[in-house]
Design a protein around this ligand. Structure first.
Ligand code: ADQ
Length: 500
């Protein structure tokens, strides 16, 4: 929560998905189903308190025109329980169009491109058109919410308060352009912010996308554009300069377009740290109490997470250091993701085969090297896995931030384990006390696991204490506060004009 300020300006949050999923129950009525995640946990209470609105896709194609969003059930414990149906706007899109937008453009084009894997990206005019159309539908729904918000503020006599519209992530890169244009024409008061949860690539990668100028213009329609780390900010500023010819200030991180100044901010996301500590304190043991050590991996099953390399590196460890056989297990927990997309189904098959091969090669009568859970685990179980694992392997090939690294650290409440982290995750830039390892260098990964498994307690404690201190301080509430601070700075007189 961000005390003392949330009542000042209502927030209109716009994200691809609503903070809960709607589904039809057995009685045919729509019901809310909880969807977990740090973002929802942090942002929903603020939207509730400032009487704001959440605009997003409801997770179903079955909503009938005009059908009401259900209120939450009595006794609902979810962070969204206090979010009234009047505070929720469901963006309904026909299945074919949504499929072209979401599976086609968002996950087939932008996901790989923004993770600097252009060979996996598909560039197609029809999925891009669907993307623009769906963004336009989000924009129109957001405008309706903004009009209602301004009218309410006027009725309350709060005529100086400008609502904050906060657009999230790579699914909605161009929505802000329509929101600004219409809102300005109608004379609505508003401030417009954007946050990208994935990396922003260099100009060399971005320029491969045939309509890159529209992406940049869409993002520049905001007053504040936020990224996890400074590298992504600088990539964005560079693209604006080279593609659109904008005047930019790399020190102040500002971009000027058509006389308007856009503030570019590094706003590293955190986790609800204390919640993970509480979970770790109360969660019952889930791992066997033996001498065996567990190395843990927790990821969505996604090719950016470096899962194949991770298994190969673990195989190499067993080959080069057979003393770990029967002493160490790799527990890989992979939540199914984007199973409608071919590449994700192929990755699932590749993982199944690879894990089968390694287990076939090294298993003994009472021990297998890899335990593999393909599914979601509860927050309680997750906290126990984190707490009781000797090593966490967080080795993405590229990742905007990576929350798993932070959650692992939060759960180290007893004898601390060791975090092994890729420098290609946003988190790699600040979690300095982790063992940093290049996931492409398999030998090095294997040696680093070996080092982690034999690290003395005092070194583990020293590293973990510092990691925990930093993550506790920079938790998700602080991220939210920094974003709201940045939005409050929008009305300052700072401008690029005269600064260059
Ligand atoms: P993701 O790519 O989804 O997020 P990440 O940051 O690691 O990646 O978050 C995953 C979340 O899912 C974690 O909170 C984790 O606990 C949970 N999770 C993963 N596997 C699970 C399982 N099997 N069961 C239960 N829970 C599981 C995107 C970007 C990231 C960025 C975040 C937030 O890709 O780089 O850090 O958004 O901005």
């Amino acid at each position: 929560m961000v005390p003392g300020r949330v009542s000042q300006a209502p927030l209109v949050v716009v994200s691809n998905r609503l903070p809960f999923i709607l589904a039809r129950g057995l009685d045919g009525r729509l019901e809310r189903r909880q969807s977990a995640g740090g973002l929802v946990t942090a942002v929903a209470p603020v939207v509730i308190e400032c009487k704001g609105t959440w605009v997003g896709w409801p997770g179903t194609y079955e909503m009938r025109p005009g059908e009401a969003i259900p209120e939450s059930d009595a006794g609902d414990q979810a962070p969204t329980a206090g979010l009234k149906s009047s505070q929720v706007v469901a963006v309904n899109v026909a299945k074919d169009k949504f499929d072209a937008y979401y599976n086609g453009c968002c996950n087939g084009t932008f996901w790989p491109l923004f993770h600097s894997m252009p060979d996996r990206a598909v560039f197609k005019a029809d999925t891009w058109n669907a993307y623009c159309e769906v963004n336009e539908e989000f924009a129109q729904n957001t405008l309706a919410a903004l009009r209602a918000t301004v009218a309410k503020l006027d009725a309350e006599g709060r005529v100086n308060v400008a609502p904050i519209v906060w657009v999230h992530d790579y699914q909605l890169l161009v929505a802000a352009a329509s929101i600004r244009k219409a809102a300005e024409e109608e004379g609505l008061r508003f401030r417009l912010g954007f946050f990208l949860h994935i990396p922003f690539p260099s100009w060399d990668i971005m320029r491969l996308f045939p309509w890159d100028d529209q992406i940049l213009q869409g993002m520049l329609a905001c007053d504040v554009v936020g990224f996890h780390i400074e590298d992504y900010c600088l990539n964005f500023i560079d693209c604006c300069c080279r593609r659109l010819g904008c005047r930019v200030d790399r020190n102040q991180m500002m971009v000027e377009l058509a006389g308007r100044t856009v503030h570019v901010k590094a706003l590293p996301i955190g986790i609800p740290f204390e919640r993970f500590v509480e979970l770790a304190e109360s969660a019952p043991k889930v791992l066997k109490t033996t001498e065996e050590k567990t190395i843990l991996g927790v990821d969505r099953l996604d090719y950016t997470k470096g899962l194949v390399n991770r298994i190969l590196a673990f195989e190499l460890l067993l080959e080069k250091h057979p003393e770990h056989i029967e002493k160490v297990t790799l527990l890989q927990i992979s939540v199914p993701s984007r199973t409608d997309v071919r590449e994700y189904r192929q990755l699932k098959e590749e993982m199944d085969q690879l894990i089968g091969r390694v287990n076939g090669r090294f298993s003994r009568a009472n021990w297998s090297p890899i335990r593999y859970i393909y599914g979601c685990v509860s927050q309680n179980q997750l906290a126990a896995f984190y707490r009781d694992s000797a090593v966490a392997l967080v080795t993405p090939l590229r990742d905007g931030m990576n929350l798993v690294a932070k959650e692992y650290v939060a759960c180290q409440i007893r004898e601390p384990g060791v975090l092994i982290l890729s420098p290609f995750a946003g988190a790699g830039g600040s979690m300095h006390e982790a063992l940093v390892v290049n996931p492409y260098e398999l030998d090095q990964v294997a040696e680093t696991i070996h080092r982690a498994l034999s690290m003395p307690l005092d070194e583990r404690e020293l590293r973990m204490t510092q990691l925990r201190r930093r993550e506790r301080k920079n938790d998700v509430s602080r991220w939210l506060e920094s974003f709201l601070d940045a939005m409050d700075g929008v009305n300052d007189e700072t401008s690029l004009v005269g600064n260059l």
